[in-house]
Design a protein around this ligand. Sequence first.
Ligand SMILES: NC(=O)c1ccc[n+]([C@@H]2O[C@H](COP(=O)([O-])OP(=O)(O)OC[C@H]3O[C@@H](n4cnc5c(N)ncnc54)[C@H](O)[C@@H]3O)[C@@H](O)[C@H]2O)c1
Length: 281
Amino acid sequence: MKDLAGKTAFVTGGASGIGLGIASALAQAGVKVMLCDIEQGALDKALAGLRATNADVAGVVADVSLKDELRKAAQATLDTYGDVHILVNNAGVGGGGSYGAWTDASWDWTIGVNLMGVIWGVEIFGPLIERHGQGGHIVNTASIAGLISGSGNAYNVTKYGVVSLSEGLRAELAPRNIGVSVLCPGFIRTRIVDSARNRPDRFPDQQQVRPSAEAEWLETVRARVETGIDPRYVGDLVREGIEGDWPYIFTDAEFEPVVDARFAMIKQGFDRIRDRTPPAG
Ligand SMILES: NC(=O)c1ccc[n+]([C@@H]2O[C@H](COP(=O)([O-])OP(=O)(O)OC[C@H]3O[C@@H](n4cnc5c(N)ncnc54)[C@H](O)[C@@H]3O)[C@@H](O)[C@H]2O)c1
């Protein structure tokens, strides 16, 4: 999408962190932005801050893991702005433990927000973007953890899912004049490590004992996030990614060697069987 000015965007998780960075960058480019978030207080603060810069923004409270709330948020966007051109499925939580620390509620919460919220966002907003015939763009926030998996936790599983969904949709939606990008950030300075602040009661934290290795790992992540990249820079990259129809939006090249190592291992798998002939019949 080359001309963003005057278009409308819907951004989930828009009240803080990366979502707010994206909302700000789009608003500065003249996009009307509907910020959607589960956290009313943060949403009010974000809207006040953006309006102080003369941005044309509105807000709606919704839990993206509840399809009906997302539907209502879409209706609120149409009621406010008429049409919608850009969907940013960004809301996400750092939930779920590693092997040995799994609970059903953590899987359900993480899959509900990080994956089903994105799937439903596309399902609900896709036809709304198509119907005006002006084209549009979808950005799904995955993570670099959607390309390299250091542990079998729910977060990584959902992020691989978002990468897969985005790659597939990119091919499917191009003929409908809708671009699709997947955002795979590294460490960004946000409140992701404190995601439990938005954990709905229907997904109770049942974890009795937190394995010490997991607690240690979480502290490392917290330290990296606290000194991470400015989310406003990520917002600028996303705006550029929409304008340039980038398939992948990365925030830095820190993990490129790890992605290379994964691809090398996949290639080794092919090399092992390349010269073998599968049995007939
Ligand atoms: N911060 C990082 O280092 C990093 C790295 C890779 C990917 N990401 C991804 O970036 C996205 C944004 O996270 P962030 O880092 O800005 O964290 P954040 O916690 O600062 O922001 C997340 C926002 O999503 C909202 N949210 C949470 N659950 C919701 C729900 N059920 N419905 C609607 N809104 C909800 C929160 O209220 C918050 O405003 C997530 O998808 C996350 O997985 C973050």
